[in-house]
Design a binder for this molecule. Structure first.
Ligand SMILES: C[S@@+](CC[C@H](N)C(=O)[O-])C[C@H]1O[C@@H](n2cnc3c(N)ncnc32)[C@H](O)[C@@H]1O
Length: 256
């Protein structure tokens, strides 16, 4: 509670925290969303990656294991417990496979996803990551932990990180990328229906049919289901740690 109050009075955080509190009253559709996601799940991570490029998937596994061990070691030395990461194996694979120029991710936290993306960009020798986050306000001085796993991965030129929350940060990212298309998006921040909708609206002109979009935790509400139904989009769902990841923008071989 003490950390919550000391963070809420920080000028830059006040509106984001109040908005987050209000979003808790949005209609809860998680029950229907989970049933739908489960029914429409096509793959595990391994099946998905192997069906796209099994040689590459075999090649990346030791590389993933290496940064996973390094990250676990780093986290074990911290006094606080940070939330778990996104599907970093999937992210590393996709970045290696599609060699993107521009990647946007929302939700950094300790930085598992950022680490995977930046490590893959290093291997590709190309591409830039733009990240948006907001500090965990249950922690004391939470800013110090944001992206802690990824800090040594970037050459300063290939990572832009804005921690003022998606509303501000995504506009800032938009200014930086101009009208260039985004090649890969990983959405893992504000899980509300309205947050996901607003994000897509803000980056509408940078997204095209080739943009690979990865939405984490689609079981939280019906946003992903409504999105694919409305746009008649080809989509794919991967189960990961009892949660569901929705993907758009990839031609999926051998769908169930
Ligand atoms: C699940 S964690 C991200 C995990 C990260 N992708 C990884 O793989 O390690 C979600 C993050 O999103 C942040 N977040 C929540 N609401 C946000 C918002 N409105 N804008 C930006 N970030 C937000 C949280 O503070 C947290 O750092």
């Amino acid at each position: 509670m003490k950390n919550f109050f000391s963070n809420i009075i920080k000028k830059d955080y006040f509106y984001v925290i109040i908005k987050k509190i209000f979003k808790r009253f949005e209609k809860n559709t998680s029950y229907e969303a989970k049933i739908w996601a489960k029914l429409n799940t096509n793959f595990s991570t391994e099946e998905f990656c192997s069906s796209i490029d099994s040689n590459l998937f075999d090649e990346i596994l030791p590389e993933v294991k290496l940064f996973e061990d390094e990250a676990k070691e780093k986290l074990s030395k911290l006094k606080v417990k940070l939330g778990g990461g996104g599907n970093y194996t999937l992210l590393y694979f996709l970045v290696r496979k599609f060699m993107p120029n521009i990647i946007v991710e929302t939700g950094v936290a300790a930085g598992w996803s950022s680490l995977a993306i930046l490590r893959a960009l290093k291997k590709n020798k190309n591409g830039k990551l733009y990240s948006s986050d907001f500090p965990y306000f249950r922690l004391e001085n939470p800013e110090q932990y944001i992206g802690i796993l990824a800090k040594n991965e970037s050459n300063k030129m290939n990572w832009f990180l804005d921690i003022r929350g998606d509303d501000v940060a995504i506009n800032e990212i938009k200014k930086k990328i101009g009208n260039n298309p985004i090649n890969i998006i990983h959405y893992d921040s504000d899980k509300s229906y309205s947050g996901r909708e607003q994000f897509l609206k803000n980056l509408y002109s940078n997204i095209n049919s080739k943009t690979v979009i990865i939405f984490d935790d689609i079981q939280d509400n019906l946003h992903f289901k409504n999105l694919v139904n409305k746009n008649k989009e080809n989509f794919c769902i991967i189960e990961f740690n009892n949660k569901y990841i929705g993907l758009l923008g990839i031609n999926i071989p051998n769908r169930k």
